[in-house]
Design a protein around this ligand. Sequence first.
Ligand code: FHN
Length: 445
Amino acid sequence: MPYDVGLKDEIISTRDKRLLWWREARFGLFIHWGLYSIAGGVWGDEAVEGIGEWIMFRRMISVKEYEGLAKLFNPENFDAREWARIAVEAGVRYLAITAKHHDGFCLFDSEFTDYNVVRSTPFGRDVIGEISRAFRDAGIRVGFYYSQTIDWHHPDGMGNEWDYDPWAKDFNRYFHNYAVPQVLELIKKYNPDLLWFDIYTPTYELARELREHVYRAKPHVVVSGRIDPPTKSFYLWNQYALRNICRVLPMFADYIQLGDNQIPGHVIRCDWEVPVTHNDTWGWKSIDHGWKAPGRVIQLLITIVSRGGNLLLNVGPKPDGKFPDESVQMLREVGSWLKRNGESIYGAGPAPLEVPENSPYMLTYRPGRLYIHLLAWPWHGTLKIKGAARVFRARDTKILSSDHMLETSIQGEDILIKRLPLRPLDRYVTVIAVDVEPITGANNA
Ligand code: FHN
């Protein structure tokens, strides 16, 4: 395909507009659900190590045997409206759900394969269709995960060399005749707000082609970071390059995707997102009990927003169609914290102020307001925000979730927050909101 420079300029110049809702959102829900959820990390009577959705690869299960799981897919308790209700309660603003993961099974009704939920399971319902409607009705933006490169079911897809002869594979054929048409089909049928690609697209040419197709079909759909070619991982996994990441990424995507559970140690001042597991798998694993407590998830959300990113938090529903109880409980707690403190998260970002290492607080900011997230309670009643007086003049200061007003004073370059209550007001993280006026010419970020 000839390189269309005009289209490139158009795609890049419209990025800000596409990302308007995504930048404000800060918190999304990731859902991995598919045939691997039925296996739940166990094959035969053997517990299989590693992330649950990779079980087919780990055990090199033949396509034919794995296909047998489709006959067992009958989630009697699945209710898309219930999922959407939990998501609203959790305070997430967008969704990314696996329309097709690496195992190739489609949770939507595709005209390009019978290996889909409608045509090859006893359930026979269009899961992606039901979820799209339910989440959209609930006011949550809808995104689809689509594995554009790895497909262990398709003879020409990447990754399955135990069933298929690599000498006979034609990846370009898979990409042009199957992956791209399916992505366009998803856009046409369900009108997503976000497309979430994974791993990478193998070459610049194919990544560009996919990006151009998506843009032509729906200019407003946001495209996630892993559409970009594999060189992106050199930058992401090199801590020195990570400092300058915004100079090279994203390429064809709209924003940068950090590695799974990769929390950067510093602010990244361009658009990025990190996918995070609730336990140690994406797809349901009956034997994985490493759940993160709600307080830990809240701290991760604050850390990520304070460094400029979005958190995409994963849930792996069970084969019966229910979210794990631990995830429901965690989402409820995170949501109730956000009800009290969401102003410091949605539409907020990093403060223009360096936070010294090991500080007992993290900062988020929006023009006119600084939010101080307290990680350790200052029992003596006074908190020092290092260097803040160089950057801001403090005005009204209060505990965000209450009308409890606080006092401030200046000590050298620091701002002191005084008269803090005797104990934390929030069982997770108490947030202080300071109305601030920037000091002209100061820049400490
Ligand atoms: O291989 C996948 C994995 O199964 C999962 O979907 C994660 C989510 O970010 N992405 C890939 C690994 O990075």
